[in-house]
Each structure stands twice: as C-alpha cells, then as structure tokens.
Design a protein around this ligand. Structure first.
Ligand code: F6R
Ligand code: MG
Ligand code: MG
Length: 366
C-alpha cells in the first residue's frame, strides 16, 4: 500500500511575541482538520515548535495533492481567526497570499512530503525547527547519510553499501526549481561544497541508491523569495525514514548534538546554535535560540502511532546545556561580526536606509 506523509507548517500567531501559539489556536486547527479532513486523510498529528504549528498528515493521495493542501491552508485560516480574536502577535503571519491557488508551496507555509510503499514496519522521524531557515538541515543530513562517523550503518549494513543520492536546490533561483542530483560517496566533496552555503543551497530530498526509495524530504521554501522581502524566518520541516536501507533512528538524531550555528536567532537576524528541544517547546532567550524538535512515529496502513518525543531523554539535557552556553557566548558579542547575519539575510530593511543616510557623510581624504 502506498502511503503519503505530508507536513505542512505555519506561524499564524503567537503569545507574548514570537514565543508559542495559544491553546485555543491549536485546538481550533485540530478541530478543523478533524471535521474537514474526513475521507481525505487517514490520520494526522498536530504539534508546535516555538511559534509554528505543524500538521503531519498520513494519506493515500500522493505529494502536492490540492485538496490536502487546501485543507491545511483552510485550517490555518481558521486558526488565524482565533489568533485575531485573541489579539495574538503576528496573526496569519505566514499566509502570504490572499487566496489559495492549488498548492501551499510558494504561499508561505513550509511543506515536506514523501510517498512510499509501506514496509511491514515503517519508522520515521518528523523534524520541525523554529527561528531558522531550511539550510539548517544541510549539515545534519550530510552527516546522517554520508558520514560513517555518524552513520556506522554505512560500513556495517549491506543495505546502505551503495550510499545515497542527494537532490539539492539553488533556492536563490526563483523562476522555477533549479536542482542538482549528486551521489554519495563518489561526489561527497561536491555535495559538501554546496551544502556549506546554507542560505543558497538546500537539500530537497535524499534517496537510497540500494532500493531507489525516498529516504528524506525537506522543505526548501524561503519566505523572502515569495514575499519579495523578509516576513519571518522560514522555520523548516523535514521527514526522514529510518532503519533497514535507511539510517537507524539514533543515527538520524545524532548530528543534532552539535548544536551547529544557523541563521535566524533574535529578530531573524543573528547567528545562533540549533538546540534540540522537546515536543511543543517555546523559545525564550533572545527569542531563541533556534530550536528543532523531533517526533518519531511508525505508520501502518495509513495510521500513525502516538509520537515518540525523540529529544525528551536525559542525554539531550546535557546537549541543551552545551547549546545554551554556545548561545550565550555568541550573543555576548551582540551585533559584532559573525554574531549578526550579512545584509542579505537580515529581517529588517531599516539598516539599509541607515547606510544610505550615512554614505553621503563619508569624505574621501586627498
Ligand atoms: C520566526 C520568527 C522571527 C521573526 C523575527 C522578526 O518564526 O518569529 O524570525 O520574524 O523575530 O519579528 P518582529 O519584527 O515581528 O518582531
Ligand atoms: Mg514567528
Ligand atoms: Mg516561527
């Protein structure tokens, strides 16, 4: 049986600034999907990561299915009504277009989808991140699929011996999807050369070269490319299948122990370490640090198990402490150098005006 997993996620309003959505808002989204999704989805799961609500759908309609995308869009509109009534900050923030036009891709919400023939047991992990952009998954994906230091299955398991194919998108190209396919391990250095640039090259999907099956799907949309200006960080989602011809769940989670520095901290304009957090966590320190949650599931005949909260384990408390230290250290240098993002990634246009005002005041000495 072919099953499709679709995560569609949006920031449609939150309490106390960009901290977390309200209970009423989340309840409305769940109720909407429950009533309007009948006959369309076989199961669904709603969670929030920071100020973003993610809906995970299981269904049989394939990726990019219009009715499913409309269901998510309408659920977010219904949630936005509640956000407006409650006076939440940034109500409807990620719904960038006035009317639905076939697919939420390019309309604001983040999307990650994959279709596959269900194995007798089908474990996977959904990731949702807040206060960062899609390139945040570049390094973890590289390590979990290419590096035997993280994925010992690459040397121990016959199921992964041929490695994986990466589909990577140039997200600066806005007239259509510009993608490249590269194979690990042969083209490892080419993959690394692209993935070092998190703001420009983003992994769209990863495929098993043993079986030809999809292994991972991540979202590639950059809100500022859609809106023409920064309206918030993209806060990406991702699906990764585990075990068998894919990395073990522990190997999928392991790279997140680095707390690598990503874009999106404070005002979406600073660099910060990506902290692995428990399901339904808020943000706090300097509206951050950037956070990522991981929910493990099995799907069987279209039905999801309950979520296993993958970063809710004592080990990750130790990591969270380390990442807190990294966050404190980089924030201590405020606006200086690497702490603040380059002009192209700042969420505010104000500084450009400031520079324009200052420019004529410069004098060139003879
Ligand atoms: C991402 C997010 C941030 C904000 C940024 C600017 O989810 O919430 O990237 O967009 O902090 O927010 P304002 O200017 O609304 O305070
Ligand atoms: Mg936000
Ligand atoms: Mg957000």
């Amino acid at each position: 049986m072919k099953t499709t997993l679709s995560i569609i996620k949006a920031d449609i309003g939150s309490i106390g600034g960009h901290i977390m959505p309200s209970k009423k808002l989340i309840k409305r989204v769940i109720e909407f999907v429950e009533s309007e999704g009948k006959g369309l989805v076989s199961d669904f799961f709603v969670s929030h990561t920071g100020d973003d609500i993610a809906i995970l759908f299981a269904h049989t309609n394939g990726v990019g299915f219009e009715k499913l995308h409309k269901l998510a869009w309408d659920a977010f509109l219904a949630g936005t009504q509640v956000a407006k009534k409650q006076g939440l900050y940034g109500a409807g923030q990620d719904l960038l277009k006035d009317s639905f036009s076939g697919n939420v891709k390019g309309m604001g919400p983040a999307v990650a989808e994959m279709e596959f023939e269900e194995r007798p047991n089908e474990p996977f992990v959904m990731f949702a991140a807040d206060k960062t952009d899609p390139g945040a998954y570049n390094l973890p994906l590289y390590l979990m699929f290419c590096d035997p230091m993280y994925n010992s299955g690459l040397i121990l398991s016959p199921n992964m011996a041929k490695g994986f194919k990466f589909v990577i998108m140039d997200v600066e190209h806005t007239e259509g999807d510009k993608v490249i396919e590269l194979n690990a391990p042969e083209e490892l250095y080419d993959i690394a050369a692209l993935l070092r640039d998190n703001e420009r090259y983003v992994v769209e999907s990863v495929w098993s070269r043993e079986t030809g099956e999809i292994a991972a799907a991540a979202c590639t949309s950059r809100l500022h490319n859609i809106a023409g200006k920064y309206t918030g960080k993209d806060d990406p989602v991702m699906l990764v299948r585990c075990q068998g011809p894919f990395p073990a769940t522990g190997e999928v989670l392991a790279p997140f122990n680095i707390g690598h520095y990503v874009a999106g901290f404070m005002r979406g304009s600073h660099t910060g370490p990506l902290m692995p957090v428990k399901m339904n966590s808020s943000v706090s320190y300097f509206d951050g640090p950037p956070v990522v949650s991981a929910m493990g599931f099995c799907v069987h005949e279209g039905k999801l198990t309950e979520a296993a909260d993958c970063f809710d384990h004592p080990y990750w408390d130790y990591i969270r402490n380390n990442v807190s230290r990294k966050a404190t250290e980089i924030r201590q240098q405020g606006f200086s150098g690497a702490a603040m993002l380059p002009y192209s990634e700042l969420e505010y246009g104000g500084i450009v005006k400031k520079m324009e005002k200052l420019e004529p005041k410069f004098k060139v000495r003879g």
